[in-house]
Design a protein around this ligand. Structure first.
Ligand code: GDP
Ligand code: MG
Length: 334
């Protein structure tokens, strides 16, 4: 009989640094261990998965923003395939920052997984700056992510004032029940030792804060990029909208013009792993802060924007197509 796989959830709001933290954990994992990551992004095209794969993890994406809806069958299918394929020594799960935690915890601790997974400490990352926003403090997803956590970590402390950090400390100390541990960090730096042990399985206040959508089924696989080299996918829900693109790896976009487009004020997030005229790039914008780093060549380019308001997808699609500098003779529907 195999030992249950130690499993950790990394909660936190959109853009707080979950993927950054998991990438950093992968860099510090014991040599020789296989770690797998299940990532559920709000958007449909999956950017985080591409970044995590570059760190050598076995990754499975469960796209489609609404955690309550994907936490059922699609997550089980993704999880089963991932466990079977990777037979990992540890499993890390990054749920969408917009998701509600109760269903996912229910699934992971259900009878079906009892002998397969051992749920370890649940982590929740918090950007102390956002504790100043009443909208965040009142948000049921945020409250329940915090409630579910065994360990709270203030991230992005490099961007925080001393007063904001003191406020975070006061806020976290006042939580009831008390957290097992509270840390400050930056750039998602977590200690792998924090992953060991068990979860206290803290109660969340609103187990069913959200009605289920009809589409509980696993989504059909997208067409091959050889057949359809330019694909746009949209998603809406939980007060947010996303537009994502999968693009054939041979297609290059103009990098500087792409950055101008990406910095559009309507976008709450912009993420991409993309082939540009300068090479492969990982681009990330959260709260107006831009990061561009070179990336390993990926199987395809993927780009995504997330907004709080409806987005004119067709218009954005046309703008993006204008940035094509080379598609190696492949047809792209202009
Ligand atoms: N300045 C600063 N930026 C950070 C820190 N942690 C993450 N970021 C950046 O915040 C953005 C969002 O991070 P990401 O890990 O994708 O967030 P996620 O949505 O929670 O997965 C990225 O551009 C990161 O480089 C930090 O501690 N300080
Ligand atoms: Mg992420």
């Amino acid at each position: 009989m195999k030992q249950p796989i130690p499993t950790n959830l990394v909660f936190g709001f959109l853009g707080v640094g979950k993927t950054t933290a998991i990438i950093d954990l992968l860099k510090h994992k014991p040599a020789g261990e296989v770690w797998a990551v299940l990532v559920n992004e709000f958007g449909e095209v999956g950017i985080d998965g591409a970044l995590l794969e570059q760190e050598g993890a076995v990754v499975r994406e469960v796209p489609g923003g609404c955690m309550c809806c994907v936490a059922g069958l699609p997550m089980k299918i993704g999880l089963n395939r991932l466990i079977h394929k990777a037979q990992p020594d540890r499993l890390l799960i990054e749920p969408t920052g917009l998701g509600h935690p109760s269903q996912i915890i229910e699934t992971l601790t259900s009878e079906h997984y009892q002998e397969v997974l051992a749920l370890g400490p649940v982590l929740c990352l918090v950007d102390p700056r956002r504790l100043e926003e009443p909208r965040v403090l009142e948000n049921v997803q945020f409250r329940d992510q915090v409630a579910a956590a065994d360990i709270l970590v203030a991230n992005k402390t490099d961007l925080c004032t001393d007063a904001q950090l003191a406020h975070f400390d006061g806020w976290s100390e006042a939580l009831s029940p008390r957290k097992r541990a509270v840390f400050h960090t930056r750039k998602g730096r977590l200690n792998t030792a924090w992953l060991d042990g068990n979860t206290d399985r803290n109660e969340v206040t609103t187990p069913h804060a959200h009605h289920l959508h009809a589409d509980q089924e696993e989504k059909p696989a997208p067409p091959s990029l050889e057949d359809v080299p330019w694909q746009m996918v949209t998603n809406r829900g939980q007060g947010h909208a996303s537009v994502g693109w999968r693009v054939h790896a041979d297609t290059q976009l103009n990098e500087s013009r792409l950055l101008v487009l990406a910095l559009d004020g309507r976008f709450l997030r912009f993420k991409a792993v993309v082939h540009t005229n300068e090479g492969w790039r990982a681009i990330n914008i959260a709260e107006g802060a831009l990061s561009v780093v070179s990336a390993e060549p990926a199987a395809s380019s993927r780009l995504e924007v997330i907004s709080r308001e409806a987005l004119p997808a067709e218009e954005l699609n046309e703008q993006l197509k204008q940035l094509i500098v080379s598609s190696k003779g492949r047809p792209h529907s202009r």
